[in-house]
Ligand binder design. Sequence first.
Ligand code: NCD
Ligand code: ZN
Length: 345
Amino acid sequence: MIRKLTITRPDDWHLHLRDGAMLEAVLPETARDFSRAIIMPNLVPPVVTAKQAAAYRDRIMAALPEGADFAPLMTLYLTEDTDPADVAAAFNDGLITAVKLYPAGATTNSASGVKDFDRVMPVLEKMAEVGCTLCVHGEVTDPAVDIFDREAVFIDRVLAPLRRRVPELRITMEHITTKDGVDYIAASENIAGSITTHHLIINRNHILVGGIKPHYYCLPVAKRELHRVALVAAATSGDPRYFLGTDSAPHTDPNKESACGCAGVFSATNTMSCLAHVFEAENALDKLEAFASLNGPAHYRLPVNSSKITLEKQEEAVIFPSKVETGDGPVTVFDPGFPIYWRVA
Ligand code: NCD
Ligand code: ZN
């Protein structure tokens, strides 16, 4: 039995850090184990211009603990007013790594997202030309579409037509939650999928059976078990088109445990331990490095990290803090629902 695993230091290809007191409290949780992370731009107001991305990057760097080995990879929030030249210059200068597409109203702070795709075609064409990746929140917002079907419908109604219009555009379908997402990526070119830690572990029963569990509610919402099984198969396959994006999305407990609770699971603290557990259970510990450390940089055409981390299996279950205290209030850490024996040395 493997009890010790040394892998290239991982990256997180989808992370919410927020700002101010929240940023200060949650950033060390990611910087401890990860070298880089794609930083989501859904602040209030969103990060829409290169200038705002530079200022946000400076605030993140200022909040980093002394000596941390971590670099934020910035993104711009795509709006119908985004200027193609601003995007191209920010990408060519190395300021941004990707642009994020939120369909208007799809999730937390997405009111400024895209309604009319014709209006963003010039930006997408420019991105294809310079090689800048589009990160996609893949859910339709049509109220007539059931929330559990919104990813599958997005593929047919939005993603497939978009890819026909700009076939050279590199796309990340973020936080895929369905077998439909896995299969679509497997059959396509120029598109990869990120998968969260929690979607490898929970299905929709975990949210709803035996009382509503607000800390398991996120968007896209977890689906049926057959979808979780497809995600685990994709993640543990070693296929370069699937990689880790935790979508760790902190909200304070009062905002989660509410009559209208916010969407988001906070998993930065224990992600690598949870992943080691999932991969071990599939007899696929040898594929963890591909998923967490190699496939993402290949998709984003970035170098692989040179440093390493070591995961060790303990005799006793590892006790993680159940909450991270922040200046805005406590944030509950993702509870996988079973004991975890792996920890980052
Ligand atoms: C994210 C957040 O809280 O910003 N929430 C979530 O459930 N994932 C928004 C998002 O990425 O959809
Ligand atoms: Zn997210």
